[in-house]
Design a protein around this ligand. Structure first.
Ligand code: HEM
Length: 440
């Protein structure tokens, strides 16, 4: 964990926010190095890479295992759009080696077409825009309950209540929503959240990587048990969908049901959690943008502003920092301007979505946080292709509703202490975010 101060930024709208600069030189940068990711100037480090060395190799010091690092939007999009040449089956984190056990093992995020296509079809029905719109009242209820709890907090001599945004908002909301969707009873939800957090961020919990499969097995077993109960008593939840679904024209085997269940709870929790925390932090850092959001409350375009603000929060924070693929054959990446690079069959290609999301070739004034940015086809949910985030619409809605209702209920809510972030180059994790607000 590392402490960070909280700054505020203001730039006149008629001036571009300058590209940040770092005092590191290219030969001091190894994106595999976790301590690098504790730095406050990572945006600058990635900018240097993206402009000067957009396709290069980094290396895991512990294993000596190299990987290609991509930092420009177009190069990354070319990889995600071609899952025949760039495979997911060896794991999607830079650290994953073929044959490793990891949190995502055996789930659709580590499958290639055509198997992936069939797996995804099975759960797609639960995540269509229509289905997600239908969930809005359930998300609203969860947000209301959370705000009600925040109102009950004791106040200090100045009338402020103090809380940790991560614990009381960011961890709670997405977990409750995805657990509701899966049909996990309230009494088991905390336990499930705990298991998913540990399996995705073992370092943060002092757990050895080798223990991750045991935690994964526990989640699977829980999912399977729930699934069994849905065979006898089918409901409208996603778990019922899994039991009644078929992949590759055969019924799902028990281990497949367990793995699916695990992917959905994992993917829906830690990601949206960090999106929410970064949302709170970023709005505190950019007071003019926060004011624009607040000014829209009660206006006809309130929902549009919230929706667009939520998209910008995901671009800005990139809760998933990277994804990896492995080349299935020798292939060329790049373009004449950047230079072309030949990658060999089997080599790893790491796509730094967080860098693509600041690429000026894609975004005007990329270092400005702009809640009304338009267009904003951003890469926080992936740059497209077969594995584009299944839960994007759900996550957008959760962030939009939560931030809107928090600003409405507590107009003065603000960050008021040191922020703690985990050292990870995979997930952009905030572990502590102290806030204060007047709980009226
Ligand atoms: C702000 C929150 C979220 C972010 C930033 C995020 C980001 C991502 C990213 C980057 C990918 C991989 C895309 C690729 O490499 O092409 C992904 C895949 C996925 N996400 Fe999300 N996600 C979020 C929320 C959710 C939620 C709420 C769910 C709900 C269950 C979810 C379910 C999934 C699933 C199942 C996949 C795998 C899709 C596949 O392999 O076809 N995500 N997400």
């Amino acid at each position: 964990m590392t402490d960070h101060a909280h700054h505020t930024y203001q730039w006149p709208r008629d001036q571009m926010v300058p590209t940040p600069e770092t005092d590191l030189s290219l030969d001091q940068i190894n994106l595999a190095d976790p301590s690098l990711w504790a730095r406050d100037d990572m945006d600058a480090v990635l900018a240097l890479r993206r402009e000067e060395l957009p396709i290069t190799q980094d290396e895991h010091r512990s294993t000596g295992s190299p990987f290609w690092s991509l930092t420009r939007w177009d190069h990354i999009a070319a990889v995600t759009s071609d899952s025949t040449t760039f495979s997911s089956i060896h794991g999607v984190a830079a650290a994953n080696e073929p044959g490793d056990a990891h949190a995502a093992s055996d789930t659709m995020i580590v499958m290639d077409p055509p198997l992936h296509t069939k797996a995804r079809k099975l759960v797609n029905r639960g995540f269509t825009p229509r289905q997600v719109r239908a969930l809005a009242p359930a998300v609203d209820r969860r947000v209301e309950a959370m705000i009600e709890d925040l109102r009950q907090k004791p106040t200090d001599a100045n009338g402020y209540a103090h809380t940790d945004f991560v614990e009381d908002v960011a961890v709670r909301l997405p977990a409750a929503v995805i657990c509701d969707m899966m049909g996990i009873p309230e009494s088991d939800q905390n336990h499930m959240v705990d298991l998913t957090s540990r399996s995705l961020n073992p370092n943060g919990y002092g757990i050895h990587r080798d223990e991750v499969p045991t935690i994964a097995a526990e989640i699977d077993a829980y999912g399977l048990e729930l699934a069994q109960s849905r065979i006898d008593n089918p409901t409208e939840d996603l778990t019922s969908l899994l039991v009644n679904g078929q992949i590759a024209d055969a019924a799902l085997a028990p281990d497949e049901i367990g793995a699916f269940f695990r992917l959905l709870v994992l993917a829906g929790n830690e990601t949206t959690r960090n999106g929410l925390s970064h949302g709170m932090l970023t709005l505190s850092e950019w007071p003019d943008e926060r004011q624009r959001w607040q000014d829209a409350l009660g206006r006809d375009d309130e929902e549009d502003v919230a929706w667009s603000g939520s998209e910008e929060i995901v671009r800005w924070s990139s809760p998933v920092i990277h994804m990896k693929r492995n080349a299935t054959r020798d292939a060329v990446i790049g373009d004449p301007e950047s230079g072309e690079v030949e990658v060999a069959e089997g080599e790893k290609i790491v796509m730094w979505y967080t860098a693509a999301n600041r690429d000026h070739r894609r975004f005007h004034d990329p270092y400005r946080f702009d809640i009304l940015r338009s267009p904003n086809h951003q890469g926080g949910f992936g740059t497209g292709g077969a594995h584009f985030c299944l839960g994007a619409n759900l996550a957008r809605r959760e962030i939009a509703i939560t931030m809107t209702e928090l600003l409405r209920a507590f107009p003065d809510i603000d960050v008021d202490g040191p922020i703690e972030k985990a050292r990870s180059n995979f997930l952009h994790i905030i572990t502590a975010l102290p806030v204060r607000y007047t709980p009226t």
